[in-house]
Ligand binder design. Structure first.
Ligand code: ATP
Ligand code: MG
Length: 252
């Protein structure tokens, strides 16, 4: 059975989408069967995923009608995608009128669990019904945090949310906290790192993602970093993250 992982943090701009896309792509390069699911109506992950053709069905349609369930090819043979677009915003409201509204995505994705080693879900920067669906559908969350002053506060918030989610999904694990936009030249980076590592120990990935201009450029080319500049430090670190993550899983 595949592992379903949501990339979550209520805070905006911390590297969720960058991590969802590039972790998925890196796991794919390591020949894991990966499905990337875009559950943020901004649709950034969909446009970064190197899709081979313009999709005509999105996760929004699939949540409404399970017969529409399908995924799309990318330029990476091991990575498939279920995209989304702005319409997903409508689901936020429509879901509110449905019984068991927290469980819709879980139902939608359940037929695919055997087909993939990893299903990675990108989340919006809020704790709305979409994010709740993501966490209810998942085996685990990964939390990217930016190394900046309020990082720890944000982290406390997401840990509370994670605990709250146990009422719907008691097995939801915290697979890792990832330090992103790590900048060695900034002292604060080390302070944040010390704090986070002393609070959360081994839950924090050893691998850190540096601030890297190639990572910020690759979205405008519609590609994961490994297809844009494989020699960049950003590409190397996301590959290292995928390796660390696989190794951790094997150790469990
Ligand atoms: P949102 O909450 O809006 O969904 P997010 O948490 O998904 O944001 P991203 O979109 O991944 O965050 O990243 C925010 C911005 O920072 C993007 O422009 C992205 O290209 C850039 N970025 C992300 N990670 C890095 C990095 N390691 N180095 C440089 N730029 C980065
Ligand atoms: Mg995002």
């Amino acid at each position: 059975m595949g592992r379903i992982i949501s990339i979550v943090n209520q805070k905006g701009g911390v590297g969720k989408t960058t991590t969802a896309v590039n972790l998925a792509a890196s796991l794919g390069v390591l020949e894991k069967r990966v499905l990337l699911v875009d559950m943020d109506p901004q649709g950034n992950a969909s446009s970064m995923a190197a899709l081979r053709k313009k999709p005509d069905v999105t996760i929004y349609d699939m949540m409404a009608d399970s017969e529409l369930l399908q995924y799309y090819d990318t330029d990476l043979p091991w990575m498939k995608v279920i995209p989304c677009d702005r319409n997903l915003t409508g689901a936020e409201i429509e879901l509110l009128g449905i019984e068991n509204r927290e469980f819709v995505l879980r139902e939608t994705l359940s037929p695919l669990k055997d087909e993939f080693d990893f299903i990675i879900i990108d989340s919006p920067p809020s704790l709305n019904i979409l994010t709740i669906n993501n966490m209810v559908a998942s085996d685990a969350i990964i939390v990217p945090i930016q190394c900046e002053y309020f990082a720890l506060e944000g982290l406390t918030g997401i840990i509370e949310t994670w605990k709250m989610m146990q009422q719907y999904n008691e097995h939801l694990a915290l697979d890792g906290i990832l330090l992103t936009m790590y900048d060695k030249r900034v002292r604060l980076t080390f302070d944040v790192e010390d704090d986070v590592r002393s609070h959360f120990g081994d839950t924090v990935f050893e691998t850190v993602i540096p601030r890297n201009v190639k990572l910020s450029e690759s979205p405008s080319f519609g590609k994961p970093i490994i297809l844009y500049d494989i020699s960049s430090i950003g590409a190397k670190q996301y590959l290292a993250l995928a390796e660390e993550y696989i190794k951790r899983g094997e150790g469990q």
